[in-house]
Design a protein around this ligand. Structure first.
Ligand code: QUE
Length: 352
């Protein structure tokens, strides 16, 4: 992994009263590299105390998505070649960016106009204003690559209504823009054709809330709403085996399809995610959540499921990962405990 700060993978501009961060890695649906994270952090630090900057715009340069996630093939390379050292640094700094965005003293407006997954969710959800459109497809797909819903996923998902967060974390289900608005993941719903006007008015100095309120359009019916009572019941337990048993006992079409989806995910990752959300719900603040997620990340990065999951989904693309442990019963409480255990002093995560 490169430590370069300057990068053409992020377009940084000052326009009117706005600072604009445009993700620019279109061939990878703007999946975040460490260079992009660095460049965002540097720009935000520079604008924080610059009185000429009143608002930050976060969007993508072109193409079909806002941000597909993180550069997980580089993380896999780290696990296979340097014992996870550079991968841990990536997590450390990415989580510092996620945290800084959440405590930033100026409004940040994230435009989630398209695929918004994993690391893309991590940079969008801390923003004060989060715009969904008819193109938004939001998901936390990490259990499919042996990872876990990090970048603050524990905090955000555990604070959704009922058991929606557990459902999203385990199944990697995609929400559309209307679903995101209904769930509170988005603050506004705009037609994509109005985004250029929204940005122009932000740049001209109009208050973000006034701009977004006035350009909002009624969202379609959120399809997720009708499923939530079922989700609350079937994803109610904190034990993976209990969720699988409820889905199997239900026997209906939706439960059967959902069970099939869950059986393809890493059992270890699913158990980590359930424990992560249970613990996150009790934590006092986002920083404490990131301390927990960094501990998890440092461990699962070098456990076999992550390299295998990235191999199967993104490297060889056979979509046939061989998980180890292979079954939920094979993932012991002792293994999960070891993943959540504190790191040695001096290695724990801290905010910037
Ligand atoms: C889980 C993930 C990611 C994923 C797929 C998963 C992820 C990620 C990408 C991705 C997709 C397309 C690209 C790219 C990366 O896929 O984090 O560079 O072109 O970045 O199942 O966590």
């Amino acid at each position: 992994m490169s430590d370069t700060h300057a990068t053409d993978e992020l377009i940084v501009r000052r326009q009117g009263v706005a600072g604009t961060l445009s993700l620019n890695r279109p061939k990878a649906i703007h999946a975040l590299t460490i260079a992009m994270d660095h460049a965002m952090t540097e720009a935000l630090l520079g604008w924080r105390d610059d009185p000429a900057v009143q608002v930050v715009i976060l969007d993508h340069s072109e193409g079909r998505g806002f941000c597909a996630g993180g550069d997980v093939t580089a993380l896999r390379r780290s696990a296979l070649t340097d014992g996870g050292e550079s991968g841990r640094r990536f997590f450390f700094e990415e989580y510092q960016l996620n945290h800084m965005m959440g405590v930033y003293p100026k409004p940040i407006v994230a435009f989630m106009d398209g695929i918004t997954m994993g690391g893309g969710v991590g940079i969008a959800l801390p923003c004060q204003f989060r715009v969904a459109t008819e193109n938004t497809r939001l998901a936390m797909p990490e259990t499919g690559i042996g990872l876990f819903p990090d970048v603050g996923g524990g905090w955000h998902l555990s604070r959704l209504a009922g058991r929606l967060g557990q459902y999203l974390a385990l199944t990697a289900a995609r929400l559309d823009g209307a679903d995101c608005l209904w769930a509170g993941l988005a603050t506004h719903y705009l037609a994509a054709e109005t985004l250029a006007e929204a940005k122009a008015r932000l740049i001209a100095g109009e208050a973000p809330e006034a701009v977004l309120d006035s350009l909002s359009t009624p969202a379609p019916e959120p399809k997720i709403a009708a499923l939530v009572p079922t989700i609350n019941h079937l994803f109610g337990p904190d034990r993976l085996e209990d969720i699988l048993a409820l889905l199997a006992a239900d026997g209906g079409e939706w439960a059967t399809a959902t069970l099939e989806t869950l059986r393809k995910k890493s059992p270890q990752a699913c158990k980590v995610a359930l424990r992560q959300l249970a613990e996150a719900a009790r934590l006092p603040d986002f920083a404490a959540n990131m301390v927990m997620e960094y501990r998890i990340g440092a461990r699962v990065l070098v456990l076999p499921d992550f390299a295998e999951g990235v191999r199967a989904v993104l490297v060889d693309k056979d979509n046939a990962p061989i998980w180890n442990p292979a079954t939920p019963e094979g993932v012991s409480d002792a293994l999960i405990d070891s993943i959540f255990a504190p790191l040695p002093a001096g290695e724990e995560w801290h905010p910037l």
